[in-house]
Every structure is written in structure tokens, then in C-alpha cells.
Design a protein around this ligand. Structure first.
Ligand code: ATP
Length: 488
């Protein structure tokens, strides 16, 4: 139920958003419907995700509850001056049609932010927030808590955000409670996250940049931490030592940062993914090399390429330079003979790392290896690659997380249990890449089983067929067997 908009700004904005929604009905809705029916059901419910958003809030982030991110961004821009913190990150809790009981859609948006120890709610509606949200305004209207468009209100523990059917509580009321647990990892998994860097103030430019950002995911903008499963501790450490220092240089100005990070562990468990996501999370430039590319037969050329890599890292700063298979150029030096043979590449690396450490440039070198044991110990010392993070084979819980990441937005039938699959994958010692491959293969098995290939070849494949695609338990089992066979 939507009351008439106030002013031309709002009217045109709503007209615009209606058009967008109409397009959605035809193009995107299917993915939502199918994934929600299937495994996606295991995603926490709306109130829980709301709680995650609150947990994630710090003094540089804003949390927006919205059905239409685009219009909420326009509203945020409009009311930018009401938010008194520099916003570096936006968590969005999208409210989907199917999650609302009596309303077709959430007719309003609101933002919550934290300043010091206090939380604020800001109505991004063009009307009174409450009357717009409640399913039955008669029952829940309470003038005391009324919040109008652009109103900012201090949120105290126990404050009732009267959202009607939105949060499904018995009294149609959601009570704001200060979260006990703090941390963004849940929010990063279940909410949309937009990062902002290089802005010190929350202003129109910031918001405009925010609007232009694509949703995190496997799209054009690459990977984010929320695309990586089973590595929460590694991610937390990278945030601590890299992401925050890059985003808040003032805080870390006189702190000696570890510019060299070693990711080690078995193949295909997410090391490269971590490097890419790290750069995106920190808003840093990403460059990737395989250490073998740096080797050259010509005298002095290998050392020159190492120097060039470091030079570029510094000039690109903030930057993340990912060097894969570092063991191929940084093997232990042979200390067995008296006249010690020093590998010039190892020496060059050591020299470059020492120089890098002396500069203030936020240039981080992330090296990866499957063979930490082969590396020259001098390189592993502090001041060189001093931060060693293990990226192990995922355990059952990790496999479930990885599976859910890759299963997202895939049509999966309800009978499929992520827990059961995770258990089986664990017994077969699956790595992250095996999980991704299993999901893809299972999709192909489903297409085959449902006769979709024939239809495609006969050109009889239509929209109705698209609706019928659902990956079954059997499809996953077949895909798993195929991978297990390949592993032997
Ligand atoms: P290598 O040691 O062989 O270079 P790696 O550890 O760098 O491997 P990645 O290249 O990051 O592994 O992973 C390969 C692919 O496997 C990823 O693109 C992704 O699809 C999937 N994958 C691996 N680990 C994970 C994970 N932890 N979470 C989600 N996906 C993963």
C-alpha cells in the first residue's frame, strides 16, 4: 500500500523504480524463486539477517533495509547530511517479495548507522516510515515512534521499529536490541556489501560512487570475501593486517606493517581467490604473477623482473601483488658447502622485501605456495614474508559453506541437503575447486536427465523448460562420483 509521493523528486523516483520492477518480473525473478525454494531456504530468516547487519555496524558503515537498493541509494544521497560518519561500507539487507506476508513489497527503506556508542535510524521513505511499513496501520500506529522521511532518530535498546509484517513478530513489531556479538563476517555472508575507499566524508560524491558499485560477487568486479568459504579465520587476519590499514592509513601511520604475506596449503583451496578478494575488499589495485614468469635464462634478467614487480607494486599503491608458486624462485639456499651458494633470485627478493618494508606505501605482496617446506627460511622471517597463513583443505563445515556459495542462484531441488553433501565431500577430501566443479557438473547432469539438450538441439527449448530445470540429489551424487574417480 503506497500513499502518494511528496514532491517531484520522489514522484519521478518512484515511477522510475516501478519500471525497474516491471523488468525484473520477466528477467530476474526466476532465479530468486528457485533458489529460495531449494537450498537457499537454509539462509537465515529476515530478523536474523537484520541482526547480522547490526552486528556488522562500525563507525564507518551504514546498514540499509530496502526492497530496492537503487532507490534507497537515491534517498541516501538525498539525506547524506543526516549521517554524521564517514561511510566506507554499506551493508544492504534486501527484502524480497516472498519474505513479506501481506504486502507485495516493502514500501519503504531505512538506514541504520552507528556513531560512537549510539545507533541511529534514518527513514529513507517519502512518508512516515511506520505507516508505510505496517500491514495494518490501524493496529500498530503509535505517534510516539513516528518517523518521517529524512528523520533521524537515536535508537535505544528496546525501541520498537514498527515494521508490520516485515519482521513477522507476533505483535508486528521489531524491537531494536543492541547486538552482543560484534563482527561483520555474518553480514558479509548474507547481506550485500559495498565497499568504499578513499573517501573521508559521507557526502554526495561518496553516495554517487556507492550507487555505481556493482554488487559483490563473481561478476565484473571480481571476488569478495563473501565468495570464499571455510576460511573465516584467514579472512579475519587479512582484514586486520591489510584491509583496515589500507582503508584507515591515519590510524596505522607509525605502525610497522607486514608487507609480505605467505598463503600456504594444498592446491585449489582458495589462495588465489583470497588474493583477488583481498584487493577488492581493500579497494587496492591487483596484479598477479606466477613466479615462473619471473625466471629468465639471461644473466641478471630474473632479478630485474623481481625489481620491476616491486617497483610497480609501490607505484600502484594501495596495491596487492599476488605471486603464485613462490617456491619456484625462493627455494632454500644450499647451505651444505662452506662456500655457500646464494641464489641471486632469493637475494633479490630479500632485498626488495627489505626496501618495501621501509617505504610507507601500502603495497602488499601476497605469495602463495603448496610447498612451504621448500622455502628459504630467511624469506619467512619477520620483515619479509612475516605473516604466514595456512589455507588448508576445507573441513565439513567449510565444505558446506563453499557449497552454499557455489549453489547460490542455481536451481536446486528441495530434497538436496547441503549437510549431507558436505559430509560426503569431506570423506572424499574435496577441495574448494572440487566443490565448484561438482555444482557445475550436477547442473549438466540435470540438463541431460531432463532432456534439455535434445530440446536445445531441436530448437524446441522454451521459457517453460527453463522453469523446469532443477538439480536433484542424484545429479549431485553422479557429479561427485565423477570427481572422486578423477581424483584417484
Ligand atoms: P593453486 O594452489 O592450485 O594455485 P588455489 O589455492 O590458488 O590453487 P584457487 O585458484 O583460489 O585455488 O581456487 C580455484 C577455484 O576453486 C576458485 O576459483 C573457486 O571456484 C574454487 N574455490 C577454491 N577454494 C574455494 C573456497 N574456499 N571458497 C569458494 N570457492 C573456492
Amino acid at each position: 500500500m503506497r500513499v502518494g509521493a511528496v514532491g517531484t523528486f520522489n514522484t519521478s523516483y518512484y515511477n522510475k523504480s516501478r519500471n525497474i520492477k516491471q523488468n525484473r518480473v520477466h528477467n530476474i525473478n526466476r532465479a530468486d524463486v528457485v533458489s529460495f525454494k531449494g537450498l537457499f531456504n537454509s539462509e537465515p530468516d529476515l530478523p536474523t539477517r537484520f541482526k547480522y547487519g547490526l552486528e556488522a555496524l562500525d563507525d564507518q558503515s551504514v546498514f540499509v533495509v530496502t526492497s530496492d537498493e537503487k532507490s534507497s541509494n537515491m534517498m541516501l544521497e538525498f539525506y547524506a547530511d543526516k549521517i554524521d560518519i564517514p561511510v566506507m561500507k554499506k551493508y544492504t539487507l534486501p527484502v524480497k517479495k516472498g519474505e513479506l506476508k501481506n504486502q507485495d513489497e516493502l514500501a519503504s527503506n531505512f538506514a541504520i548507522f552507528k556513531n560512537g556508542r549510539e545507533y541511529y535510524i534514518l527513514s529513507l521513505a517519502d512518508h512516515d516510515l511506520k505507516t508505510m511499513l505496517v500491514a495494518n496501520p490501524k493496529d500498530s500506529f503509535d505517534a510516539k515512534n513516528k518517523l518521517s522521511s529524512g528523520d533521524k532518530k537515536l535508537l535505544k535498546d528496546g525501541y520498537a521499529i514498527d515494521t508490520g509484517e516485515l519482521f513477522f513478530s507476533e505483535k508486528n513489531t521489531f524491537v531494536f536490541t543492541t547486538p552482543n556479538q560484534r563482527g561483520a563476517s555474518n553480514a558479509e555472508k548474507y547481506l550485500k556489501v559495498n565497499n568504499l575507499t578513499n573517501y573521508s566524508d559521507f557526502n554526495k560524491t561518496t553516495i554517487t560512487a556507492l550507487k555505481d558499485q556493482k554488487n559483490p560477487g563473481m561478476g565484473e568486479k571480481g571476488f569478495f570475501f563473501s565468495d570464499i568459504g571455510g576460511l573465516d579465520n584467514v579472512i579475519e587476519t587479512l582484514k586486520k593486517y591489510v584491509v583496515r590499514p589500507i582503508n584507515y592509513p591515519q590510524v596505522f601511520e607509525n605502525i610497522r606493517l607486514n608487507k609480505g604475506i605467505l598463503l600456504w596449503g594444498p592446491p585449489r583451496c582458495g589462495k588465489t581467490l583470497l588474493g583477488k578478494a583481498l584487493a577488492n575488499e581493500a579497494g587496492a589495485k591487483y596484479t598477479e604473477f606466477n613466479a615462473n614468469e619471473l625466471k629468465s635464462g639471461t644473466v641478471g634478467a630474473s632479478e630485474a623482473s623481481i625489481r620491476a614487480v616491486f617497483k610497480k607494486a609501490v607505484s600502484d599503491a594501495p596495491s596487492i601483488t599476488f605471486i603464485d608458486e613462490i617456491d619456484s624462485i625462493a627455494k632454500k639456499r644450499d647451505g651444505s658447502s662452506n662456500a655457500r651458494f646464494d641464489d641471486p633470485m632469493v637475494n633479490q627478493l630479500l632485498g626488495c622485501m627489505s626496501d618495501l618494508e621501509k617505504t610507507k606505501a601500502p603495497a602488499f605482496i601476497v605469495a602463495a605456495t603448496n610447498r612451504k617446506d621448500l622455502l628459504d627460511p630467511a624469506l619467512l622471517a619477520s620483515g619479509r614474508f612475516g605473516l604466514h597463513l595456512e589455507v588448508p583443505l576445507p573441513d565439513e563445515k567449510g565444505l558446506k559453506q563453499i557449497f552454499n556459495i557455489h549453489a547460490k542462484n542455481k536451481p536446486i531441488s528441495e530434497e538436496v541437503s547441503a549437510d549431507e553433501l558436505a559430509k560426503m565431500m569431506s570423506s572424499h577430501k574435496f577441495n574448494g575447486s572440487d566443490v565448484a566443479e561438482m555444482v557445475t557438473d550436477a547442473y549438466f547432469y540435470a540438463l541431460e536427465r531432463l532432456g534439455m539438450f535434445e530440446k536445445m538441439d531441436n530448437k524446441t527449448f522454451g521459457y517453460a523448460d527453463l522453469q523446469k530445470i532443477a538439480i536433484s540429489k542424484e545429479d549431485f551424487h553422479l557429479a561427485m562420483q565423477k570427481i572422486v574417480k578423477q581424483k584417484i
